[in-house]
Design a protein. Structure first.
Lengths: 557, 491
């Protein structure tokens, strides 16, 4: 029996038990995570992305994403994991099945239903975004890929039909991040797709001396390779999307697009788009209304490091870490760069508070990928979770304090001012080559759980078993005039003097998609004075005196 | 008559020419008057004071080559690289004046804008094929861009009346070496030495050639001969490309023989190469110095610094630590070690090294030591300590631009945006070439409600950055870019 006050990490390969129960001092968060991958039935999945020991091509290191969704509408979260392929199999047979779908029972058991769901398209999968794009009341799935994208329309009978070509979103050279949102607020979901580079298999770049990392020969790219232009599609709500990329002036420079997140950062009621680019200026598209955009990243302080240098930016999320009612921005970067935490200045710009907030030296040697704001201990302050893993298998030979497999980082929010990295203290010392990260409460116990997709390896499902008595609230929003998934709805929870905001996002982190239900931690408050929902349609709905510790379903009225 | 005036400088010639010619025609225009005023200041050596007058002249429509060149020089001097390049490129596109083309090319070349220098120089070359002046700069620009075949083509086409110049021989020799024609390379360097035995250039270039070939003995002899003849303006074109970084470099083993004088000679030469950012050549010469004197702390320090510049700081750390063992009271070595610790993300050891360096320097501590300490404290999330370090740096030298810059960033992060703007503005005023300061300054202006100014500064920053962008084919995520080498002239 594990007693409170002990910290144990038992490491024994896959399905290992990670248990850290800490509570001796006030400064240690009361958090615990258990690796339940094997018990959950996910251990057999492999995110194949080229060879394992060697990665001669950049194509083999960038995917894949993870998602929590409820495809069958039973109230229990299901899991989707994206996989890639190998160059040989892609050339010869069109690749591997791009994803696997696991149906959850709400008690931590998942069954592979990929075949039954007819998610059997072959290709080279990268990322995933989930939302009901045609407003028929069922979660659909968009999967980005190398060579083409996939749009799985949910038939409602437990199966999907692949409809990307028909919808107009199939074509790409290499897509990575994607996000749905109602950018013109017409009630229909639109889609932003981040595209990376042109990388034709019949003209792969020749490795030469310039393809090196600190003196070691490695795969070439992305620098020196032609970029691929991102794509913006406006949906009609009936299953079709119109490409408005050029018309709306999106990404004319053809940046190396990776992570995408969409949310209203300037509180003007219109969703804005942030794109993390690899070794180039990030992009921040401020929505001027009706889906017209102005790119403002440089002036907003969101394009570069604080010295004005491009970084290898990958995973992204918007969240309000200091509960001031304005969305802040976090993105992960490569090694020898810190991750970046930007505090919203309330005037359309951000201040880089990475170092003062505790995200500097703790992230410097890591290559960060998936990331998410989430109140992991339900104390009312959103924490941050980051998954890591180096690019190069050769990193283990570099002898510079870097390893190929890296541990995840858990940044515990200390009252909205600073964060403390508490991963090791909490027993999160497993080393993985992680990429996608999704957050969702798969057992509906009010504590967000973590799903990690690893490169060339099994995923990891971390059950949040935190032993604190803090209260919580899960809210599922169902639009009527707004899109059915409620994507873009802004929720504000007021408890006494404090206030928290959340915004429903369909596509975030790195190539991943979170549970569409909104989670609030409420600390010791067992009820909220007010829950306000600002729907994408513009309607504002208010619920007073909301009881904690429940899953609330709110339909737009 | 007016045109037969003897003059000592181009500027003076123009200064005298215009009033005299104007006296025979209509009164000078406002633009011409502004130009005259500006050129008078230039002739007095007051370039920065001349700039507003020259800008006025340009704004008022004057466009002749003298104004364009002088205005470009002004803008470069004020750190306005982007607008200097714009005015030059605009004029180059419209002109066929060989003088303007050559001078524009030279201006860009000396600003390490080799790619931009090609256009005017190639156009001038087309106008004057075989011209020595044009050809040499064009060939050198190609060489600095590692375009060796085009460089050779140009050099081969240069027409000279007499024997080839020292620079010609040394440059051609360097080009032949890069084209893997060692015999031809050697021939050129030996010709340079034969024809100019009192100049260091030939000896040093040939010495580097031999060093790369593995002939240390010949290299040493030549370096020693070259060292005796060193003078300002010595040109070293040859670049050793044996090693792109310090990967695999090991500390020298102790040997019985020790020749400190020779070691120092080679070390000093290596230091000169470092000053020109000729990192790979400097590295090899330092290693040679260590063969003569394995206890030469100067060499260990130099190698440490170079390894960091070449993107392999972990190797540099070992060399610096050895240097410190040999010379524990060298503040500079502790300082360089701090820099490497910081590059490797080891901020607390970096702070310790900087503090030791500061302690060793005592009251004469250079402000850069304090600034680097502050930067490590920022990275280590010790904000209060950082602010104190930057303040101390400014007390040591209120005109030290990097201190104003780092302080400005700190103030911006902590919400003291008005003070931040002032600090950053001061940084730029003191050092217009502190490029990164423009970015933070632009952001500070935006935060202070000066959107138009802020946008303009940010746009200018991006243009400046683009001028110096280098894109290796596939430099992978996270890899640093080494600084571009400057013109190969020892000061």
């Amino acid at each position: 029996m594990i007693r409170a006050g002990t910290a144990i990490a038992l490491v024994a390969g896959t399905g290992a038990l990670l248990l850290a129960v800490a509570g001796r001092t006030a400064s240690v968060p009361k958090l615990a995570f258990v690796d339940v991958t094997k018990e959950a039935g996910l251990a057999a999945f492999r995110n194949v992305q080229g060879g394992v020991a060697a990665k001669p091509h950049i194509l083999e290191v960038m995917g894949g994403g993870a998602a929590f969704l409820d495809y069958n509408g039973d109230g229990n979260l299901d899991i989707l994991l994206v996989r890639g392929s190998t160059i040989e199999r892609f050339r010869q047979g069109g690749g591997d099945p791009v994803c696997a779908l696991y149906r959850g029972d709400g008690r931590g058991h998942f069954v592979d239903v990929t075949e039954a769901a007819k998610l059997n398209a072959r290709g080279w999968g990268m990322g995933v975004a989930v939302a009901d794009y045609d407003n028929d009341g069922r979660d659909d799935i968009f999967i980005t890929g190398y060579g083409r994208n996939f749009l799985y329309h949910n038939r409602g009978d437990g199966s999907f039909e692949e409809a990307a070509a028909q919808a107009g979103v199939e074509k790409t050279t290499w897509s990575l991040g994607a996000a749905f949102a109602d950018l013109d607020r017409d009630g229909n979901l639109d889609l932003y797709v981040a595209n990376y580079i042109e990388y034709p298999l019949d003209r792969l770049p020749k490795r030469d001396a310039s393809c090196n990392y600190r003196g070691f020969p490695v795969f070439c790219g992305p620098r020196g390779l032609p970029g691929a232009r991102d794509a913006l599609y406006l949906g009609d709500g009936k299953g079709h999307f119109r490409d408005v990329t050029a018309e709306r002036g999106i990404d004319p420079e053809k940046s190396y697009g990776l992570g995408v997140v969409i949310a209203d950062y300037d509180n003007d009621g219109w969703p804005d788009i942030f794109v993390a680019n690899d070794l180039q200026a990030n992009l921040l598209y401020r929505n001027l209304g009706r889906g017209k955009f102005e790119e403002v990243a440089v002036g907003a302080g969101a394009a570069f490091s604080e010295d004005g240098i491009e970084e290898g930016s990958m995973g992204v999320d918007f969240g309000d870490f200091n509960n001031d009612g304005w969305l802040d921005l976090y993105y992960t970067n490569s090694s020898y760069q810190t991750n970046t935490l930007l505090d919203n200045n309330h005037d359309g710009s951000f201040t880089n508070v990475t170092n003062p907030a505790g995200h500097g030296q703790s992230t410097y040697l890591y290559v960060g990928w998936g990331t998410a704001f989430a109140d992991l201990d339900n104390d009312g302050w959103e924490d941050l979770f980051v998954v890591n893993g180096h690019l190069y298998p050769e990193a283990d030979r570099f002898a510079m304090g870097l390893e190929y497999k890296q541990r995840s980082l858990l940044f515990f929010n200390q009252g909205g001012k600073t964060f403390r990295e508490a991963g090791l203290q909490l027993g999160l010392n497993q080393l993985w080559k992680s990429r996608g990260l999704a957050i969702g409460d798969y057992d509906n116990d009010g504590k967000p759980d973590l799903l990690i997709n690893n490169l060339d390896d099994a995923p990891v499902l971390l059950h949040n078993a935190s032993p604190n008595g803090n209260h919580w609230l899960l809210v599922r929003c169902v639009g009527s005039q707004s899109n059915r998934s409620g994507v873009g709805a802004r929720l504000t929870l007021r408890t006494g003097q404090s206030q928290q905001i959340r915004e429903i996002k369909a596509g975030t982190s790195y190539l991943s998609s979170n549970d569409l239900r909104v989670h609030f931690g409420m600390g010791s408050n067992n009820r909220a004075d007010l829950l306000e929902i600002r729907w994408p349609s513009g309607k504002v709905q208010k619920l007073e005196n909301v009881k904690a510790d429940q899953i609330l379903v709110v339909k737009e009225e | 008559m007016a045109h037969e005036i003897m003059c000592r400088s181009f500027a003076t010639f123009l200064l005298l020419a215009i009033p005299l010619s104007a006296g025979q025609q209509a009164a000078p225009s406002p633009g011409e008057l502004s130009y005259t005023s500006g050129m008078a200041l230039v002739a007095d050596g007051k370039l920065q004071e001349a700039c507003p007058h020259l800008e006025d002249a340009y704004r008022l429509g004057l466009r002749h080559s003298g104004l364009v060149l002088q205005l470009a020089r002004c803008r470069f001097a004020l750190g306005q690289e982007d607008t200097a390049v714009e005015i030059l490129e605009s004029s180059v596109a419209k002109t066929s004046s060989p003088n303007l083309l050559l001078e524009a090319g030279k201006l860009l070349f000396y600003r390490v804008l080799y790619q931009q220098a090609l256009a005017p120089l190639e156009k001038a070359w087309h106008q004057q094929p075989g011209s020595y002046d044009v050809g040499m700069y064009l060939a050198l620009a190609h060489y600095m861009l590692e375009q060796y075949r085009p460089s050779e083509n140009v050099l081969s086409a240069i027409r000279t009346d007499g024997p080839p110049s020292l620079e010609f021989c040394d440059l051609l020799g360097s080009v032949y070496a890069r084209l893997e024609q060692p015999a031809a390379a050697k021939q050129q360097f030996e010709k340079a030495i034969r024809q100019f035995p009192d100049r260091a250039d030939g000896y040093l270039n040939l010495g580097l050639f031999y060093l790369e070939q593995g002939d240390d003995r010949s290299a040493k002899e030549l370096f020693e001969k070259g060292a005796e003849k060193l003078q300002p303006g010595t040109k070293v074109f040859y670049t050793i490309r044996k090693r792109a970084n310090c990967r695999g470099l090991e500390l020298p083993r102790a040997s019985g023989a020790k020749d400190p004088v020779r070691g120092q000679t080679y070390g000093n030469f290596a230091r000169s190469l470092e000053n020109m950012q000729q990192w790979t050549s400097a590295l090899e010469v330092h290693l040679l110095a260590l063969k003569s004197d394995p206890d030469l702390s100067l060499a260990y320090g130099g190698i440490g610094l170079i390894c960091q510049e070449l993107g392999t700081p972990e190797q540099g750390r070992a060399f610096l630590q050895r240097g410190i063992e040999l010379d524990p009271r060298s503040a500079d070595l502790h300082y360089y070690l701090g820099s490497i610790h910081q590059a490797l993300g080891a901020n607390d050891p970096a702070i310790a090294s900087y503090e030791r360096a500061i302690q060793l320097k005592g009251p004469d501590v250079p402000p850069r030591f304090l600034v680097r300490l502050g930067m490590a404290q920022v990275a280590s999330e010790k904000t209060a300590g950082a602010e104190s370090s930057f303040t101390r740096a400014l007390e040591r030298d209120p005109n030290f631009a990097p201190a104003h810059y780092e302080m400005g960033k700190l103030l911006l992060k902590s919400g003291r945006v008005e003070l931040a703007e002032r600090s950053l503005e001061q940084a730029i005023r003191l050092d217009p070439f502190l490029r990164e300061a423009y970015y933070s300054y632009g952001l500070a202006c935006m935060r202070n409600g000066k959107a138009v100014q802020g946008q303009a500064v940010l746009a200018s920053y991006q243009k400046k950055k683009a001028l110096h962008a280098t894109v290796g084919q596939g430099m992978s995520t996270g890899a640093p870019f080494p600084a571009k080498p400057g013109p190969a002239i020892l000061q």
